[in-house]
Design a protein around this ligand. Sequence first.
Ligand code: FES
Ligand SMILES: [Fe+2]
Length: 381
Amino acid sequence: MQHSVQVEEVRRLFDLMARGTTHFAPELWHEPADVYSDPKRLVVERERLFRGHPIAVAMSADLPKPGDWMTEDLGPAPLLLVRAPDGAVKAFLNVCRHRGARVADGKGSKAKRFTCPYHAWTYDTQGNLVAVPEQNAFEGMDCATRGLTPLPVVERHGSIFVRFDPTATLAPEETFGALDEQFATYGFGDYHLYERRTVTVPINWKLVVDGFLEAYHLRALHKKTVEPIFLSRHCTGDTFGNHVRMIIPRRSFPQMKDQPEQSWDLIRHTAIVYVLFPNTVFVVQGDHLETWHCYPSGDKTDECTFHLGFYIPEPATTDSARRHWDKNMNLVVDTVLAEDIPTSRGIQEGSSSGAQTHLVFGRNEPALIGYHRALRDALAA
Ligand code: FES
Ligand SMILES: [Fe+2]
């Protein structure tokens, strides 16, 4: 985040603290209670949100070197990502152009070719079909038109975005949008992967995202885990086009009061939550970055899978560094899996219970309101 923007945000937070309040949305928000359980809505979400928008599928640090590759099956179509010899990331549908088998599975490095396990059609890292066993049987077929189907992909500021629609286009400015300048300053392109875990939980995918978008619940639900780290009564929540940002000050934040503005460091003294619309959460944690890529499980409204990524500025080469990052990672996992997810499971069950027609989001939950407004607008579009 640019320093001038940091100064502005520090001032805003000091002002909220002085007034003993938090950033308020202009009004309450009423959200239909079945937002997490309506199967018809999920069909539209998969089509309009996951196929219709750029999705931040991975970080540059997941594929640092030419030949690194990974597959992703949680999106609306099977994806193969590979870093080509020239350093550019390529995205393909992971579908063989012979009879449609999966060409690759999992992740790996040093790939020069992908050979389909079914009949061994072979593709290079640019997706070209380069070998067909018993090729005389395919006389008349033009190999040049049977390469892997490319998907639009953009790598920007350390993130890799894909459109799950081979007929779509994707321009760099469509990724971070109004947050572009902010993300340009973080240097995530030079970060290193520490750990990436994949977790399936019995709740709607949006409930994972919602869990990050207000600090109102910290005093109750996370009293013993993360509340002691933050000043959760004073936060800001803003929207940037479809994207959302929430800033939560740490207990150390007031130290800046006695320091000159030039030395104010918002990043060190806060946690900054971004939702890259529609399904990716970035938590900028001062000294590291956590990413949450959340996807519905097929047509199940009450199950989702997320990749939790932990990225650090320098590789962890010592035991003490590894202990430090493990401790951080475990705090995140313990808090979310032991506290947030079971609570959200209750919301999931309540969503279709008939207890109420609408949920209500308070004015003290502006980021949550901003996110659900962006969802509503995108689904109506
Ligand atoms: S389906 Fe891939 S080679 Fe036949
Ligand atoms: Fe939480």
